[in-house]
Design a protein around this ligand. Structure first.
Ligand SMILES: NC(=O)C1=CN([C@@H]2O[C@H](COP(=O)(O)OP(=O)(O)OC[C@H]3O[C@@H](n4cnc5c(N)ncnc54)[C@H](OP(=O)(O)O)[C@@H]3O)[C@@H](O)[C@H]2O)C=CC1
Ligand SMILES: O=C(O)C1=N[C@H](C(=O)O)C[C@H](O)C1
Length: 269
């Protein structure tokens, strides 16, 4: 079987460069395209050079329509509006779309659902094995502990991150809500400021820290009377997300159109 041809969009970004490196060193896949937005300084550069590797013979382009036509999958860690556009083009080309982008609105999520009627989409707020395993543990703990245990989700990321709470924090919140058999949207507290009053029982709180170069730290606290259980994940290298994305693309190849999660890919669903 020939290697799966992958395109990295947002090629010059933190994740884009990491993805190019991981695709180049992974078995069963090869880089066939690298996309940046119109006007980007990196257009025309070799994708390998951009990622700190020897040249790969793939020039960065701003023409996804042409590049997707010669690919079997797209790895997309960009921004929500760009991801919605790429989803339409990937669906037209009937190729796998692996989406790591976070911070999509409800309307943007609906656009991804629409694209997934025609193409295989794997979307997750976190592509690492560790976080997806953690989500299962959080679900289990939330099922075992009643609302006497307050659930709080704490995340910290680098100073450049533009969305909050992180996609991972929301994924972990969703897992906790499922364990408790409640709806996250009706129980989440995402902001606290000033005279807030006492904590409403049964809510799931989110706290966001931003600073430095932190790749992604998440903790879920179950705080009871006299004891607190903390479940945590610490990312020290973005390669964990990129390896997960490559795994997802390979898993998705040849599947029925639809929207899948990383838990599906890892057999944790
Ligand atoms: N699910 C997961 O496991 C993970 C998800 N993420 C998510 O991935 C996303 C990207 O993160 P990160 O790499 O740190 O961000 P960066 O800002 O470093 O990278 C995003 C890249 O996308 C480019 N871009 C923006 N619009 C377009 C467009 N229309 N066409 C092509 N390229 C475009 C940006 O270019 P420019 O800067 O010139 O605008 C930039 O190079 C975030 O949403 C983040 O939360 C990150 C890590 C793991
Ligand atoms: O922006 C990032 O960097 C990350 N974003 C994802 C998120 O929003 O959870 C995943 C990871 O934590 C890194």
């Amino acid at each position: 079987m020939s290697d799966m041809g992958l395109v990295v969009v947002g090629a010059a970004g933190r994740m884009g460069r990491t993805l190019i490196r991981i695709v180049a060193e992974s078995e069963g896949v090869r880089l066939v395209g690298a996309i940046e937005r119109e006007g980007a300084a990196e257009l025309g550069q070799d994708a390998g050079t951009l990622a700190g590797l020897p040249p790969l013979g793939v020039a960065v382009s701003d023409d996804p329509l042409t590049v997707f036509a010669r690919a079997e999958g797209v790895l997309d860690f960009t921004v929500p509006a760009a991801t919605v556009g790429f989803a339409e083009i990937a669906a037209q080309a009937r190729i796998v779309h692996v989406i790591g982008t976070t911070g999509l609105s409800a309307d943007q999520e609906a656009a991804i659902d629409a694209a997934a009627r025609h193409a295989v989409v794997v979307k997750s707020g976190n592509m690492s094995l560790g976080v997806n395993l953690l989500a299962g543990l959080v679900r289990q703990a939330a099922r075992a502990l009643d609302a006497d245990f307050d659930i709080e989700i704490l995340e910290m990321h680098h100073r450049h991150k533009i969305d909050a709470p992180s996609g991972t924090a929301l994924l972990l919140g969703q897992a906790a809500a499922e364990g408790r058999e409640i709806t996250l949207a009706d129980h989440s507290v995402r902001v606290r400021d000033g005279h807030t009053g006492a904590r409403p029982r049964g809510t799931i709180g989110f706290a966001t820290l931003r600073g430095g170069s932190v790749a992604g730290d998440h903790s879920v606290l179950f705080a009871g009377e006299g004891e607190t259980i903390t479940l945590s994940h610490h990312a020290s290298d973005r390669a964990i997300f990129a390896r997960g994305a490559v795994k997802a693309a390979r898993w998705a190849a040849g599947r029925k159109p639809g929207r899948y999660s990383m838990a599906d890919v890892l057999g944790l669903a």
